[in-house]
Write a protein that binds this ligand. Structure first.
Ligand code: SF4
Ligand code: SF4
Length: 714
């Protein structure tokens, strides 16, 4: 290590593989001071402006905010808060196109400035040396500072490392063409930058502090050397201009000779790197209590009348800055965020400036063309290998491109796609004009998305397994608890003490109560049980119900009796008489049944023999029926005889009036015979009917005598 430091002190640095030397074009802005621009009519602030996750919103639409007020907040280390760049009103919270190669929309806060530019209450720190490293880190974290060189990694994480730090490297190389923001910042604000470097020194306590700067910034080099002249720990390292010296791994290699392996953080090698603009922001946050709400942006390109470095509020639309610098290209064809090598075209000039925006480029048509520009666009790879020759990460750009097109993620992993720093050197030299970096960005985005999905699925699986285990554990614990309680109860009850006996009897009583309750609940539902129930209360109730039904029946039958009987019309009288008798019989039967039922339900009650009144009534009814039948038969016979006589008289009269025929006498005697036969038949019928009635009634008597009483349900 001693020899390395000696070599660094002597200014003998290392180099990295590949690299290119594109035209610098820095002269457009390097001789003009940083200009302050007016506040735009609207500011658009994406919630996420860094590598990590967005913080949680603290404001709502319609809220008035002060300059520097926190708009989001989170305790997550990968979440960086954002702050109001000026005072005003939150006009909307919605998705809007953000500064990203994907051109996708993300959640943004819209602020309408009130023009007052009124600050929140601030606390100025007069001596940051009195603050502990943790207090300093806390201030950096709450100020929402993330790397301002382009990547946007949360600064609080970088400075919170527990590794022993050998080298703190301040990146002032600004290797990309056109960009002069850091150059001007150094020249105009070196004291603040030095404060920022000292704050980092207090936090990390490195062995050496190296400021890496390319030799194309002579004024800035001079300023830095003067500012650090009294501090032996800090060394300004002037490096030869070569793109991309400003890459983290490349600058570490150039300054220390150490190669950072793939997938390894520089901090594990004892190295931390910070951008020079980040140092300025750290000083502003710790000393002046100013969060990261503005930055220097190089607005350059030959399409502008007044290209210049400007102090831009975060959230300022790109179109506003371009107009401030005399942009007159109405078609707005080529607006690039970032430099010509690592930047990306914007879909609209309403994309806002964010924490990582160091340059807005508006090149002319002439500037945008490459040495190989033929106007035909991308053609097939000719396997010239120039891309591999210039790749600073020593990758195989042409193979990466094929795998990216084939979406072969395994192969892309093998080719170390994520070691690509998207410097664009390969695309710059490609004679086939293949937009190689574009393919790498799309492939990286797809892989990240897939990884996110995999992580989510893995987390869901872990949660599911954990829940299953917890439920199983709870079940076992519950069973064991019940077992232990049962064993303890058993042991207590078998102990033979007075308390155990009391407990036993209490348990038995409780069981009996439960059984009785169960039986009560089951009883009403079981009809068969209610039929055979012999409890005195239920029996009494049943007999009362049966008697009531019988009375109702009898009453109904009585109501059906005819009110008057015509003595002269035997055929008409007969049914009513029979009905009357039947109703009497039914009444008698019903009464008998009710009595019998009552007797069965309550044996103590004496029931008279069912034969007495009932049989007498039935006999009387039978006699009457027989008599009625005989009377009907007689009436019929008489009617037939009268008819025959009348016919005979009429015949005689007709005989007297006419000539007597010898056959008429014979006919009369035949008619007499017929009448007599009819009378005899009628008599026989009447007799037969009477006999049939008698038989039927006898059977009814027997039936009544033998039939059991009907149940309630019938
Ligand atoms: S530089 Fe272009 S053409 Fe040449 S090998 Fe690479 S990708 Fe193919
Ligand atoms: S963009 Fe990637 S692949 Fe191309 S030269 Fe740069 S690091 Fe290499």
């Amino acid at each position: 290590m001693g020899s390395v430091i000696e070599r660094i002190k002597r200014g003998h640095f290392w180099t990295f593989h590949g690299g290119i030397h594109p035209p610098q074009q820095k002269f457009l802005t390097t001789d003009k001071p940083i200009r302050a621009v007016s506040i735009p009519e609207q500011l658009i602030l994406p919630l996420q402006q860094h590598i990590g996750i967005p913080a949680d919103l603290l404001v709502n639409v319609g809220d008035k905010v002060s300059k520097g007020q926190a708009l989001t907040q989170s305790s997550h280390p990968m979440a960086v808060p954002i702050h109001a760049p000026t005072s005003g009103t939150i006009s909307a919270i919605k998705n809007s196109v953000i500064a990203h190669p994907s051109g996708l929309s993300e959640l943004c806060l819209f602020i309408i400035p009130d023009g007052e530019d009124k600050w929140k209450q601030r606390h100025i720190c007069t001596d940051f040396n009195k603050l502990t490293p943790n207090e300093l880190i806390e201030k950096i974290s709450s100020a929402g500072i993330s790397g301002m060189g382009g990547a946007g990694f949360p600064t609080q994480i970088k400075v919170s490392t527990r590794e022993k730090i050998q080298f703190l490297i301040i990146n002032a190389s600004e290797c990309e063409p056109y960009i002069t923001a850091d150059d001007l910042l150094i020249r105009e604000h070196s004291p603040s930058i030095l404060d920022g470097i000292n704050i980092l020194d207090n936090i990390l306590s490195p062995t050496r502090i190296l400021i890496g700067i390319e030799d194309n910034k002579p004024q800035a080099i001079k300023v830095l050397q003067q500012a650090t002249a009294k501090n032996d720990k800090i060394q300004v390292c002037v490096l030869p201009t070569k793109y991309p010296t400003g890459g983290e791994k490349q600058l570490i290699q150039v300054l220390t000779g150490q190669e950072v392996p793939s997938g390894v953080l520089p901090s594990s090698l004892g190295i931390v790197m910070q951008n020079i603009a980040t140092c300025f922001a750290i000083a502003d946050a710790v000393i002046n209590d100013i969060p990261l709400i503005k930055r220097v942006v190089t607005v350059s390109g030959q399409a502008l009348k007044k290209p210049q470095n400007v102090w831009s509020l975060l959230g300022t639309p790109v179109g506003f800055l371009l107009n401030q610098c005399g942009y007159n290209n109405k078609s707005k064809k080529h607006i690039i965020m970032g430099g010509p090598m690592m930047g990306y075209s914007l879909p609209t000039d309403q994309v806002p400036v964010v924490k990582t925006t160091n340059c807005i480029l508006a090149p002319s048509e002439k500037e945008i063309s490459t040495p190989y520009s033929t106007g035909t666009g991308e053609v097939e790879c000719i396997r010239c290998g120039q891309c591999s020759d210039v790749c600073p990460s020593q990758l195989l750009p042409q193979e990466l491109q094929w795998s990216a097109k084939a979406k072969d993620q395994q192969q892309l992993d093998k080719l170390n796609l994520f070691d690509c720093i998207e410097c664009g050197a390969c695309a710059y030299v490609c004679p086939s004009q293949i937009p190689l970096v574009h393919y790498y960005r799309v492939a990286k985005s797809e892989i990240r998305q897939q990884k996110q999905l995999d992580i989510k699925a893995e987390h869901a699986k872990i949660r599911f397994e954990a829940r299953k285990e917890r439920l199983a554990r709870d079940k076992i614990a519950r069973e064991e608890k019940h077992k232990a309680a049962a064993a303890a109860r058993k042991a207590r009850m078998n102990s033979g003490t007075a308390e155990a006996k009391t407990e036993k009897s209490a348990v038995a009583a409780a069981l009996a109560r439960v059984k009785a309750k169960k039986a009560q609940q089951i009883q009403p539902a079981d009809k068969s049980v209610s039929k055979t129930d012999s409890s005195p209360e239920i029996t009494e109730q049943k007999s009362q119900v049966a008697a009531a039904i019988a009375r109702a029946k009898a009453k109904k039958l009585a109501a059906q009796k005819p009110q008057a009987v015509d003595d002269g019309a035997i055929e008409a009288q007969e049914p009513s008489v029979i009905v009357d008798q039947k109703s009497q019989v039914a009444e008698a039967i019903a009464r008998a049944k009710a009595k019998k039922l009552a007797a069965q339900q309550n044996p103590s009650v004496e029931v008279p023999a069912p034969t007495s009144n009932v049989s007498e009534s039935i006999k009387a009814a039978d006699n009457k029926k027989a008599k009625i039948a005989a009377a009907v038969a007689k009436a019929k016979a008489k009617k037939l005889a009268d008819k025959a006589n009348n016919e005979a008289v009429s015949i005689n009269e007709s005989v007297n009036d006419q000539v007597i025929e010898p056959s008429s006498t014979i006919k009369k005697s035949e008619d007499d015979k017929k009448i007599k036969i009819a009378a005899a038949v009628a008599k026989a019928k009447a007799k037969k009917l009477a006999a049939k009635k008698a038989t039927l009634d006898a059977a009814t008597n027997n039936d009544i005598a033998n039939k059991p009483p009907k149940s309630e349900s019938t």
